[in-house]
Design a protein around this ligand. Structure first.
Ligand code: HEM
Length: 471
């Protein structure tokens, strides 16, 4: 984001760092480190070449719903939190640049006035500059390989890469960057480096008579809360015209990857419910409503298929419901269908204040989809999509995730043909269809209804719901 110009609105957190031209600049190239550095605010803990590795790891995380720049922002936020840092508010909606930004990453040999001007251009005051540099430099250090004029060969068997750390807890977010600086024990190579020209942290930290650094040294809480605010502003620094969302916070209970597939006259309903910070082994009951007045049909979600992820302060657990765990949900009467679900977790109703979680059973893949292999005419895939009677899409299509020439996530659409015979109005679903060369990659179903595009289901392979075509 250090490329941002708050006057003309150019630059900022827009993933332009992925372009080779930016990575080749001396201001960035010299910062290729395992943890990354200021530009784009990457704190990634894999070994390798900083930005290129970070982009290589986080770019595939981006999808139609999360831009590359959003993936970089959320990566930074989670890394900071998981290294003991504060929770940082996350907003979505960053837009990926299609070309490099102008240069603008500060460098250690620049003087204080240049740094004040640089941070002002990015939208930060001098006090905020001190804060941001301290918040960033609580992690990591300076590498001899890239900055031999700052860090000499350390000849330390426990630090063979000769990285001089900014504080003694270089993988932890804490206020030691300030306490060690104030107490005069700091080994920060940008404060006590042998070459005073590159002692940029010394000039920056001391630029208000140490008032800000003293306040951080006095209070770990003040340091953490100041960093939470500044780092949020940092990742929210975006080019003019980009509208970020409100702060996104995890729901306590959230359905995920809901999948409906028509199998003759039943709907196979499967998916997951994600629980946030719940005590171990909760009892989870799923309730659903249907089109024919059925309310509070219910089934207990079996607990033997839990995937738990813990990081930082939080735990997320995904409970699967599928043919094995909840067979009743896997054979819903198609006419009754399903309109919404709710959950009871350890006796507490989770229904978003009575709204429930909507489930759309209007358009879905059908198990009559099939494929041919080893066919002399070429291998084919036939996708059948069921459209509920009364729903009148103008288009139904397959959606395939892809990338444009600058690696931005896009969707490629393949239209299905409507039913060839007039649809029996008493039938629950009509089948749209398309045959394409065999393709087992992931597709979602898309449709245009009243001029609005909708998407149904999680990305799914034909292998998961199709079968060999009858010969
Ligand atoms: C005047 C402003 C700044 C200057 C001159 C500067 C300079 C540097 C330098 C020379 C390095 C060593 C890089 C390497 O060895 O590859 C570094 C590392 C680092 N910087 Fe900054 N920095 C500045 C601001 C910031 C800001 C605002 C942040 C984030 C909020 C930040 C976060 C980091 C981190 C996390 C590292 C460690 C990387 C690692 O260990 O792999 N820096 N910085």
């Amino acid at each position: 984001m250090a490329t941002h110009n708050s006057t003309d609105g150019t630059g900022g957190m827009d993933a332009s760092i992925r372009f080779d031209e930016e990575q080749a600049r001396p201001e960035v190239d010299c910062a290729l480190t395992p943890l990354g550095r200021a530009d784009e605010a990457i704190f990634f803990q894999d070994a390798g070449d900083g930005f290129s590795n970070t982009v290589a790891v986080l770019l595939p995380v981006s999808t139609r719903y999360i831009s590359i720049a959003d993936a970089l922002a959320v990566g930074a936020i989670l890394a900071i939190e998981n290294c003991g840092g504060p929770e940082i508010a996350f907003r979505g909606g960053r837009v990926d640049a299609v070309e490099p930004n102008l240069p603008g990453v500060p460098q250690p040999q620049q003087d204080l006035d240049s740094h004040i001007a640089s941070f002002a251009r990015q939208g930060f005051t001098q006090t905020e500059m001190i804060g941001l540099v301290a918040c960033g430099h609580t992690f990591g250090g300076v590498q001899h390989d890239f900055f031999p004029d700052i860090v000499p060969e350390l000849n330390d068997p426990s630090d063979t890469d000769s990285v001089a750390h900014f504080d003694t807890t270089n993988t932890q977010f804490d206020n030691k960057i300030a306490t060690e600086y104030i107490s005069g024990t700091t080994q920060n190579p940008l404060v006590v480096g042998f070459n005073d020209t590159t002692n940029s942290d010394k000039r920056i930290f001391g630029s208000d008579g140490n008032a800000t650094m003293q306040s951080f040294a006095n209070s770990p809480d003040l340091f953490a809360s100041t960093c939470a605010d500044l780092l949020a502003r940092m990742v929210d620094t975006v080019p003019a015209g980009v509208q970020l969302t409100d702060v996104i916070t995890p729901l306590a209970v959230k359905p995920a990857n809901l999948q409906l597939i028509l199998d003759g006259d039943v709907i196979q309903f499967s998916g997951q419910v994600r629980l946030w910070d719940v005590a171990a082994d909760p009892v989870v009951v799923l309730l659903w409503d249907d089109h024919i007045g059925g309310t509070s049909n219910n089934v207990t979600v079996v607990q033997d298929s839990v995937v738990t992820v813990s990081g930082g302060r939080h735990t997320a657990a995904w409970y699967n419901f599928n043919n094995n765990t909840t067979p009743a949900l896997f054979k819903l009467d198609a006419t009754a269908g399903i309109t919404s679900i709710r959950f009871i977790v350890n006796g507490t109703l989770e229904d978003q204040g009575g709204v429930g979680f909507a489930v759309q059973d209007d358009i879905m893949f059908a198990t009559s989809s099939c494929f041919t292999q080893g066919n002399s005419n070429g291998d084919t895939a036939t996708f059948n999509v069921a459209v509920r009677t009364g729903v009148n899409p103008t288009r139904v299509y397959l959606e395939a995730p892809a990338r444009d020439s600058t690696d931005r996530p896009i969707i490629v659409e393949t239209d299905l043909a409507p039913p060839t015979q007039s649809v029996d109005p008493s039938a629950t679903y009509a089948i749209w269809s398309v045959q394409i060369p065999l393709d087992f990659s992931l597709f979602t179903v898309g449709a245009e209804i009243d001029g609005v595009k909708v998407t149904r289901g999680p990305p799914t392979s034909l292998l998961d719901f199709g079968h060999q075509c009858p010969i």
